[in-house]
Design a protein around this ligand. Sequence first.
Ligand SMILES: [Mg+2]
Length: 205
Amino acid sequence: MKMILLDVDDTLYPKGAGPFNLVTGKIDEYVMSWCGIGIKETRALRNRYIDIYGSTLGGLMRHHGVDPDHYLDKVHDVPVEELLCADERLREIISGFEQDMVVFSNGSTGYVRRVLGSLGVLDLLGDLFTIEFMDYVPKPRTYPYRKLLELYGVSPRDCVLVDDRLPNILTARDMGMKAVLVGSEASVPGVTAVPDIYSVAEITF
Ligand SMILES: [Mg+2]
């Protein structure tokens, strides 16, 4: 195994303990304010855009003239530093990986840097493949996976994805990658499930 692709939100910190839930609320606020609609319509619109384009942003860019950088700034305006703190154990585990590591997150570069900085691991993870590099097409669509593999010149067989979301993991598995689902006990063929990120250190890739 040559390369570890590492998700950030709800993977590197316990599910629900960090800023990611707040980002979802900010997306609702953004859609309500930009489109001038209520919460119920917002939820319906978001679900439709996620179905069609893979993300709320994809639909907003196509149908509402939204500038992706404006959107990403607004929805990631959450108190990351208040919610997360340096995690020495996480640092040890990431330091122990011998493979190349690429952060593979649907967040923006600025936001992901803040999360990694708060967890005290930013200096260990130099390569950030975030939503801007995915041309705003997020996981679990195959597009960003293919773009990443092409950019780094690696085969799916040489990669493992570590992520907390099953749809993201299934795309990786179906493309031929090794797949590690974090924060789950689910029994899924071709997927290794672990209770938390610390347990990933016990897996032999
Ligand atoms: Mg995640």
